[in-house]
Design a protein around this ligand. Structure first.
Ligand code: ASP
Length: 343
């Protein structure tokens, strides 16, 4: 067993947690990360060694791109063997996208990578930033018998740690901004940290951690709605360079059965565009062919996204495309659970 304190690397990418008000414009803008540590002197009291670094240009997470995901993976890879755990501070708006992507980009992860952020800036009197940050660090430092308790990418917000690729942002107003509709919380923070051991993910310990930096974002999310028209869908079918579509279908995977709709879906498949079917419902799963209106009935090549969140489906599609998964095996690869992201 190690006798030294766990070492944690804090990576600040931007977001409200490190923002201040610009009194001229009234807008929130990112500030220098060194101020964050000044804002939370309590960090010194946590029983671990904390180092920190920041993106050169911290950003509002609405400006996140796959290039930032790659930069983040590179940072983690560079520091992977020097730290016991990582805490990533990120804007909440797209946190579930980034955290899902990072979970797919790192294979055989054996250390915690905990994403957190806040709804109110760190300097605000009623801020949620301090609790989120302090507990996220405590979770990243949590060890049992010299081993990290969490060995996956998590998202901590408002007293709960979730598996990152199961999360979605549900509120722009409440501190309770995230949830995990199809998977239980991994840890609940109360008087003590209640670990749900049965829910924790474990990668094959005999395999070395691998970092993938190939993302292909030639994809689209299409949310079905009553009134989706043939000319609009046709313009999507004609989009040059489109490689994949995440279709958010109705209920347990259903779609309109109009002739023009079925024809355009077939055309997309013939063009080699990958189509993943997920439900636009907040919780639950696609049940292929359950109804006459099931999207799966239109074409056998339609990929079953099961109970994936939109964020995880998108990130998984981009990663498998980036890794040049052959078209002939893409459906099979996508439908396989790789990081505990689906049933
Ligand atoms: N707009 C901010 C961001 O996502 C909101 C937040 O930090 O929660 O960067």
């Amino acid at each position: 067993m190690k006798d030294t304190k766990p070492s944690i690397l804090l990576i600040y990418t931007g977001g409200t947690i490190g923002m201040v008000k610009d009194y001229d414009s009234g807008a929130l803008k990112a500030f220098d990360f060194s101020n964050l540590e000044k804002q939370i002197p309590e960090l010194k009291q946590i029983d671990c060694q904390i180092s920190s670094l920041s993106f050169d240009y911290p950003i509002d997470s609405s400006n996140i791109t796959p290039d930032h995901w790659i930069a983040l993976v590179e940072l983690i890879e560079k520091n992977y063997h020097s730290y016991d755990g990582f805490v990533v501070l990120h804007g909440s708006d797209t946190m579930s996208y980034t955290a899902s992507a990072i979970s797919f980009m790192i294979d055989h992860l054996h250390k915690p990578i905990i994403f957190t952020g806040s709804q109110l800036p760190i300097g605000d009197l009623r801020t949620d930033a301090k609790e989120n940050l302090i507990t996220a660090i405590e979770i990243a430092a949590l060890q049992e018998d010299g081993e990290a308790v969490v060995q996956e990418v998590g998202l901590y917000f408002e007293y709960k740690l979730y598996r990152a690729n199961r999360t979605t942002k549900i509120s722009a107003a409440h501190f309770n901004a995230f949830t995990s509709p199809n998977y239980p919380a991994l840890i609940e923070s109360g008087v003590s940290l209640e670990v749900n051991n049965a829910a924790l993910y474990r990668a094959d310990k005999t395999k070395a951690t691998e970092f993938s930096k190939c993302i292909d974002s030639s994809v689209l999310i299409l949310k079905l709605f009553p009134g989706l028209s043939e000319p609009i869908l046709r313009s999507i079918v004609q989009t040059k360079g489109l490689k994949g579509i995440i279709v958010e279908s109705f209920g347990s995977g259903n779609a309109p059965m109009f002739d023009w709709f079925k024809k355009l879906i077939d055309e997309l498949v013939e063009q080699g565009v990958l189509i993943v079917n997920i439900t636009q419902c907040f919780g639950g799963s696609v049940l292929p062919s359950h109804y006459e209106t099931s999207l799966a009935r239109i074409n056998k090549q339609i990929i079953n996204g099961k109970d994936l969140t939109t964020e995880a489906a998108l990130a998984k599609m981009m990663l498998l495309l980036g890794n040049k998964t052959p078209y002939s095996t893409y459906k099979e690869s996508f439908e396989k659970e790789i990081r505990g992201e689906m049933k």
